[in-house]
Design a protein around this ligand. Structure first.
Ligand code: BTN
Length: 342
């Protein structure tokens, strides 16, 4: 019998299916259609790559530890196990997952698809900033989408995805989550994730859309550049434990798939406006806003149906802010308005 296309993913999916139970070499050999010796050699290679197995005579192997960084075959195994919504391209390191998505779109790869990496050498953030992306168990993920919607709806797109991811992370980790308009996910006053939506527009229609998510999952403080240490954090730092990167990556992909499907099915604006206040960490706070060369100050009053930030100025007028960089006094001043875990 021939060796399947991705034997490592097949081996690893057997461990995911078995849970805590031991998986015998015989079973694996039968599943792959190869000899026991060949399975043994593959297991040795997996151990060299950072997996740890406990072997017991006559019972088989138990998976005890996964590698810290992203292991594409394990990701495929999780995807196989849980039915991945989209084709997924995984890399140990790449310049930027969003750049890779763009290249693939230009080459004609049909959307939707996702690109994920363990590390980025040229990770980019909003407003031309750098997104520091070391290999430390964080999640760097980009999605290619071909939406049938006018470009004006892009704003609500990012907010809707943010709401979905924030709520999912709260449920998965038990941590309080909030959103700082328009694209920062905040936990206990510190940024733990950023979203970046970029679009290619053709004749006033969105040609395609690249949604990027950088989630500080397992970073420790030394992974953050010095000036960010009091403003940024990770889920691991906040929870006091690390999180399984592969499983979480697949869970987040499913959440994004869900968010996308609901947008394709109809207008999510009423639901966005309903869910936003519980997550909004700016509501009622005095904020400064840099919009191009303009500097504005006022009290944040939620969002409107277009996803614009509502800012009550000192003169008492309500300004609708379409884009810009909002800052609070100090860091991301702690908020009482972080969503409970359910
Ligand atoms: C921000 O807060 O400024 C947005 C940060 C977005 C970072 C993510 S990481 C995955 C994807 N690839 C990139 O180069 N950027 C986005």
């Amino acid at each position: 019998m021939s060796v399947p296309e991705d034997p490592d993913a097949l081996i690893l999916s057997a461990f995911l299916e078995s849970g805590e139970k031991y998986v015998s070499g015989e079973f694996l050999a039968a599943r792959l259609g190869v000899s026991r010796v060949s399975i043994w050699n593959r297991m040795k290679k997996l151990e060299e790559d950072g997996f740890r197995f406990h072997a017991v005579r006559n019972r088989g192997y138990q998976l005890q530890q996964e590698p810290e960084g992203l292991y594409p075959a394990l990701l495929r195994a999780h995807g196989h196990h849980q039915r991945l919504p989209w084709p997924l391209h995984a890399f140990a390191s790449i310049d930027s997952t969003s750049s890779e998505v763009e290249r693939r779109l230009i080459e004609g790869e049909p959307a939707p698809f996702a690109v994920i990496a363990s590390a980025q050498t040229l990770g980019r953030g909003r407003l031309g900033r750098t997104w520091t992306s070391p290999n430390c168990g964080n999640l760097y993920l980009s999605l290619a989408l071909r939406p049938e919607m006018p470009p004006a709806r892009m704003q609500t797109f990012t907010l809707w995805f943010g709401v979905k991811v924030a709520r999912a992370l709260a449920a998965l980790t038990g941590l309080p989550m909030a959103i700082k308009w328009p694209n920062d996910l905040i936990c206990r006053g510190r940024k733990i994730a950023g979203m970046l939506t970029e679009a290619r527009v053709d004749n006033d229609r969105l040609k395609d859309l690249v949604f990027g998510l950088g989630l500080n999952l397992n970073a420790q403080s030394h992974h953050f550049p010095e000036p960010l240490r009091d403003k940024a954090s990770s889920l691991a730092l906040e929870a006091g434990r690390t999180f399984p990167l592969h499983r979480l990556a697949i869970q987040i992909l499913k959440v994004l798939d869900d968010a996308w499907q609901s947008m394709e099915e109809g207008d999510v604006t009423p639901e966005l406006l309903r869910q936003w206040p519980a997550l909004d960490c700016l509501e009622g706070k005095t904020v400064q806003l840099a919009e191009g060369n303009r500097l504005l100050a006022g009290v944040a009053r939620g969002i409107d149906a277009q996803g614009s930030l509502l800012l009550e100025t000192e003169e008492g007028t309500l300004q609708r802010i379409r884009s810009g960089d909002v800052s609070l006094q100090g860091a991301y001043a702690p908020t009482e308005n972080e969503v409970p875990t359910k």
